[in-house]
Design a protein around this ligand. Structure first.
Ligand code: F6R
Length: 365
């Protein structure tokens, strides 16, 4: 059942090229996105959306954080992203022109479902992104985009997350087509890059051996940092959650520009720091943050994009993922972080697929 892999998590990490391909399949037409079978919102309704709320928990919430960048960039709609357990109790400002997008692998998370119900009660339209056909969230939302990741058995979510990202990109491009903030040519280019992601994800998986050796080398540490800016920060949060969740190494993810506002004090000799530097628009800023950390003796793994020969000069080790456009990089950048969490857990001898104190589906508040 584990298909020759030692654990479900490793199997599911390796299933990501297929999960991405399946989630994209039959949702593009003439080089653009076609979600007309799944999204019942009319052109006019999409044009009239005033704001979007992403609501989810855990890893799905981290996908929503990527969604904030995607919808603001492509469709120029203001986006908030909230964890469901906060959203439902904070009296959020919802109108009939608010679109609430709930993201849930299982479709059964109690807080996410309650947030969905609250949003509907207040008149919002709700789109659900979920991996389970017929789940509570799928049944109660107005529209559903299924992620075709297939069953996810390991408690730590991997292929569901990357598939959620794909669903978000598809919906973002679809809205952009309708709202006309980008030209068809620009959007077609994004779609072309989306279609190249399964192959590029396979390339990332070929880096497994070097990622494994880094992961095993950090397994003895008690503390670790993830740094990134922009979309790299959203991915850093997910990498940090994955590591904590299964390897029980304490880690924190920081927006790299925030370091000087306190956290730099915690950077001491030899502490491992995983620094993501995949975003061109903030690359130079990121490199100077990395240098600040290096000056305090951190041991830095840099995550760069193929063709980057600069970063190597400021870090101790570097992993290079295939190049794509900045917007889509999270799909590829998260894979090394999933593998780091996995191999750190294996090295420490913990139960990969069933971490302590956690359940796959959280159906209590
Ligand atoms: C982390 C993880 C959890 C879930 C969260 C939401 O690896 O799996 O953080 O992402 O419990 O679950 P769903 O997506 O089923 O609503």
């Amino acid at each position: 059942e584990k298909g020759g892999y030692d654990h479900f998590m490793l199997k599911e990490i390796h299933e990501q090229p297929k999960a991405i391909r399946d989630t994209l399949a039959s949702r593009t037409k003439n080089g653009l996105v076609d979600l007309s079978k799944e999204i019942s919102l009319s052109k006019e309704e999409i044009q009239n959306i005033e704001k979007i709320h992403f609501v989810a928990c855990g890893t799905a919430y981290h996908a929503g954080m990527v969604g904030k960048y995607v919808f603001e960039e492509l469709a120029r709609i203001p986006v908030e992203c909230d964890v469901a357990s906060e959203y439902r109790y904070r009296n959020p400002i919802i109108t009939e022109r608010t679109l609430v997008i709930v993201v849930s692998q299982s479709g059964e998370t109690a807080d996410t479902l309650a947030a969905l119900r609250e949003a509907k009660k207040q008149g919002a339209r709700v789109v659900a992104i979920t991996n389970v056909v017929g789940s509570s969230v799928a049944r109660e939302a107005d529209d559903v985009i299924i992620t075709w990741a297939g069953p996810e058995i390991a408690v730590a979510s991997t292929k569901a997350y990357t598939s959620q990202l794909i669903a978000i990109y598809l919906l973002g491009v679809y809205f952009a087509q309708v709202r006309g903030h980008k030209s068809a040519a620009e959007l077609q280019e994004i779609v072309t890059h989306l279609q190249e992601l399964p192959g590029k994800a396979e390339q990332v998986l070929k880096l497994e051996k070097s990622i494994e050796s880094f992961a095993r080398s950090i397994a003895k540490h008690q503390n670790l940092f993830f740094l990134g800016r922009g979309l790299d920060f959203a991915v850093a949060l997910e990498g940090s959650l994955k590591l904590k969740e299964i390897s029980y190494i304490h880690s924190e993810a920081y927006a790299a520009g925030e370091l000087k506002h306190g956290t730099l004090a915690l950077i001491e000799e030899n502490i491992p720091v995983i620094s993501l530097a995949t975003q061109k628009s903030v690359y130079d800023k990121m490199v100077s943050n990395i240098q600040e950390v290096k000056a305090r003796g951190a041991h830095i793994l840099g995550l760069a994009v193929e063709g980057d020969t600069e970063l190597r000069k400021s870090v101790d080790e570097v992993i290079r993922i295939p190049a794509t456009i900045d917007l889509l990089t999270p799909v590829l950048a998260v894979i090394p972080l999933q593998l780091i969490a996995y191999y750190a857990c294996v090295e420490r001898g913990y139960d990969v697929d069933k971490p302590r104190n956690l359940a796959k589906s959280v159906t209590v508040e």
